[in-house]
Write a protein of this length. Structure first.
Length: 130
């Protein structure tokens, strides 16, 4: 029981301290595949430290697999968190005044055009000029 409480507290610390620090200002940049892989590896390393190894039936210890970590977490991974932050930021930009410099930059030079697939379900967002 006490060990479960410690794991919950450490996960809360990760979600409130480490994840926001790692993803600071990521909503304004394009998330490339190599950076996505590095972030996923980082997050799994942290979670392996939090949850620790598991004991097999024959008494040996082994590290948890990626699938086991995903099954235990059942929450949004770091990439989903960044995509959510990006959509929140884009919604914020959309609500800005039309003469705002951020609006002008977005309309003239789409720095986030790689994420237009994520925005297709957002009805009020207009698509950037190419």
């Amino acid at each position: 029981m006490e060990e479960e409480v410690v794991v919950v507290v450490v996960i809360q610390l990760y979600n409130t301290l480490i994840r926001p620090t790692v993803t600071h200002a990521s909503e304004t940049s394009v998330l490339k595949e190599n950076m996505t892989n590095k972030l996923m590896i980082f997050e799994r390393k942290i979670m392996r430290k939090i949850f620790g190894p598991t004991r097999t039936d024959d008494g040996y210890w082994r590290i948890r697999t990626n699938q086991e970590i995903n099954d235990i977490l059942k929450v949004q991974n770091i990439i989903g968190f960044i995509k959510k932050q990006t959509l929140n930021w884009l919604d914020h930009v959309e609500r800005m005044a039309e003469d705002n410099i951020v609006q002008k930059l977005r309309d003239g030079n789409p720095c986030l055009k790689d994420q237009s697939e994520d925005l297709k379900h957002v009805g009020k967002m207009r698509f950037w000029k190419i």
